[in-house]
Design a protein around this ligand. Sequence first.
Ligand SMILES: Cc1ncc(COP(=O)(O)O)c(C=O)c1O
Length: 304
Amino acid sequence: MWQPTQIMMNGELMPFADASLHPMSLAVTYAATVFEGIRAYHVPETGQFAMFRMDEHIRRLQVGMKVMRFDQTYEIDYMRDCLTRLLKANEPDADVYFRLLVYIEGTGLLASTGPVGFTAAAMPRSKPKFADTGMGLGVSSWQRLSDNASPPRIKSTANYFNARLAVHQAKADGYDGALMLTPDGKVAEAPIACFFMVRDGKLITPDCSSNILESITRDTIITRYRELTGNVVEERAIDRSELYFAEEAFLCGTGQEILPVTSIDKLPVGSGEIGPMTRQMSEDYFGIVRGTVADHPEWRTMIG
Ligand SMILES: Cc1ncc(COP(=O)(O)O)c(C=O)c1O
């Protein structure tokens, strides 16, 4: 597997191992950081890379910077150029996962708004565990943080403290992963991915007011489901007990891609096998991101 040699800080390329940030920066002391994970899929036939829905990722990042009241922002064209330079500098020969972090790199008091800096890394990423086998989720006793406390809609590193609590509890309890509920007991999302389930043949996902990240993969699934089946995904509140009526379930996200869920709380989801709708949406998703399904060329920024 290829390894990253170069990393980018504030637009400058440097050896991967040389990146550094002061421990007294607000990024570290107060988690004053927003970030994105973006994938670029290798197209072996042409040697190009298809960066998936890059503009949407940068737009979400820009809103995060605004909410965090950073005194500087970065334009989409500039970030596209930076990520392109970074990818080329690393000469990958397989899929790439970008981490793009924007933060307050200065030291200062809690309310400081700058100086702002960014780091972009391009890394290999192997296929997520459980992609082929499906995973068993446990409903977490840690609540998903709520919109009026630490908004999950903003992809801030601070929110991943909550996510880590749930992941570690799930592991300690013998599950492959966690599913989190809102403070009023509705299904929210997994620590690093959104949730879909099938009931009575219909695809359902928690609505955007269920304390979720407004996931770009979730939007891709919603759009493609409508285009493929002519039906609309039900975006609505899901009670915990409704989970046990699911015929199928899966998680989705840029990093996790599509992960089938075969049990919840040690109860089988449907037959306990990966179901046909999950397989169909997964197959279509990989076709779309890699460009073997030609639809939505606007979602793929070609590099190289
Ligand atoms: C909490 C959370 N929900 C959902 C997602 C999926 O979001 P996206 O599809 O935009 O990558 C992620 C992944 O980054 C996440 O961290």
